[in-house]
Design a binder for this molecule. Structure first.
Ligand SMILES: Cc1cc2nc3c(=O)[nH]c(=O)nc-3n(C[C@H](O)[C@H](O)[C@H](O)COP(=O)(O)O)c2cc1C
Ligand code: SF4
Length: 400
């Protein structure tokens, strides 16, 4: 138990404990991609709440990688000052803020970006009805440059480090996936080729920022036939270590939120109440939706600690720190992951939404998060600022 609350190094950073807030999209962006004032309040609460470090919600490194209108952007130097001021105000809490940088890939929306949707390989339609184009060689290079420029910017803005979002079906993970990447050129085929976009970002960034901490979040398993296996995830982790990555966060899945962010049941009420597309359905369609949604979106088991086995395997194969995320709710489990499985850090997302001070609570004797894994926060944040709904959609809530 003590070990959880002892300082531990995460690459060049020394964290005061081993519990990290996992990246969680806050939905707190202006139309121009800059953060709203609510973001500072949210981060102040998180920083005061005891976390060893805070990984931000994803920000996009390129205009064609923006997913939702409330996703923050980080594709120009114009954003440096506002984050510099935020980081300066948060320094007193000794909880480094690590910026998660992403490109939405096929999960971007052309309605939001005004541009074509690109990914590793083409697709007739994404979830928003947009055609997905294969990124050509020059587009891949410009995406690498955009990631490197964002890392240089993050250092200038006083962040404690960055995390590349290479999980959950966004662009970098689409390149890594043996199923979603069907290319025959140097960006597809072997594991080395599918990883090239990530390793080139790492080597490009290292030349520019030296020892600045760079973490990578990966999906270590999925449910596709011929998909990513834990054995290949170990190879990927070794490649990340060789490419000078400072720490690996182990998650799972591509695009299927019921797999990646597991819920006790399909959040039909939240979808019907919070998403305009569904909220405005005639009532007979709503009834039909209630019936078929649970068949289309399968509930995955287990709900708790579902990436621990993959993280443990990876930890045995690399020397850099490994962070595990996914359904971690109790201090007893956290202690076992660290003391018995040898995993260096744990990260939690939803527990910090319902209780931003969950780490202080753990330290003061509370043994479990109060989160009920309803998943309503995930549906709500697609258009509203992040909050906990605790399984209830308030009457009259409006979505932009
Ligand atoms: C509201 C919400 C927003 C999320 N946004 C991100 C994100 O921006 N980047 C990311 O890597 N994962 C994101 N996730 C996934 C979490 O980081 C985490 O991998 C997942 O929720 C499992 O952890 P948990 O069981 O502790 O919630 C999000 C999850 C939720 C619930
Ligand atoms: S809405 Fe609240 S209780 Fe439900 S999953 Fe999100 S944080 Fe947990």
């Amino acid at each position: 138990m003590i070990k959880v609350f002892e300082p531990c190094s995460l690459g060049p950073l020394i964290l005061k404990n081993r519990i990290i807030r996992a990246a969680t999209h806050e939905g707190m962006a202006h139309a121009n991609g800059a953060p709203t004032d609510d973001l500072l309040k949210t981060y102040r609460n998180l920083s005061a709440g005891g976390a060893g470090a805070i990984i931000t919600g994803y920000v996009s490194v390129k205009q064609n990688g923006r997913t939702f209108p409330n996703m923050r952007m980080f594709d120009s130097d114009g954003y440096v000052d506002v984050y510099k001021s935020l980081n300066d105000q948060l320094k007193q809490y000794n909880a480094p803020v690590i910026l998660q940088i992403a490109h939405g890939g096929s999960r971007s929306m052309s309605r939001v970006t005004g541009q074509e949707v690109v990914s590793a390989s083409p697709r007739r339609k994404n979830d928003f009805g947009d055609r997905v184009k294969e990124a050509g060689d020059s587009e891949v290079r410009s995406i690498i440059d955009a990631f490197v420029a964002a890392i240089v910017r993050a250092k200038a803005a006083g962040f404690g480090g960055v995390e590349l979002h290479a999980a959950h079906g966004y662009l970098l993970s689409e390149f890594i996936s043996p199923v979603l990447n069907r290319r025959k050129d140097r960006w597809g085929g072997t594991t080395e080729n599918r990883m090239r976009i990530v390793t080139e970002i790492l080597s490009g960034a290292r030349r520019e920022v030296g020892k600045f901490p760079i973490l990578v979040k990966i999906s270590a398993h999925d449910e596709f036939k011929q998909g990513l296996t834990e054995a290949e995830a170990v190879t990927i982790a070794r490649m990340l270590q060789a490419a000078s990555c400072d720490a690996i966060e182990v998650s799972c899945g591509y695009g299927d939120f019921m797999h990646t962010v597991r819920m006790t049941e399909v959040p039909v009420d939240a979808v019907l109440g919070l998403m305009p597309r569904y909220r405005n359905m005639p009532s007979y369609q709503k009834r039909l939706f209630r019936l078929i949604a649970p068949l289309l979106a399968k509930v995955r088991k287990p709900i708790s600690n579902y990436n621990v086995r993959a993280a443990e395997l990876i930890k045995r194969s690399v020397d850099i720190p490994v962070i595990v995320v996914g359904g971690i709710r109790s201090l007893q489990d956290i202690t076992a992951m660290i003391s018995e499985k040898g995993i260096d850090f744990v990260s939690l997302s939803r527990p910090f939404i319902i209780e931003p001070d969950i780490v202080n609570r753990f330290q003061n004797g509370q043994d479990r998060s109060r989160c009920i894994n309803c998943g309503y926060c995930l549906i709500g944040v697609t258009a509203n600022p992040l909050r906990c709904y605790y399984g209830k959609v308030p009457a009259g809530i409006r979505q932009k």
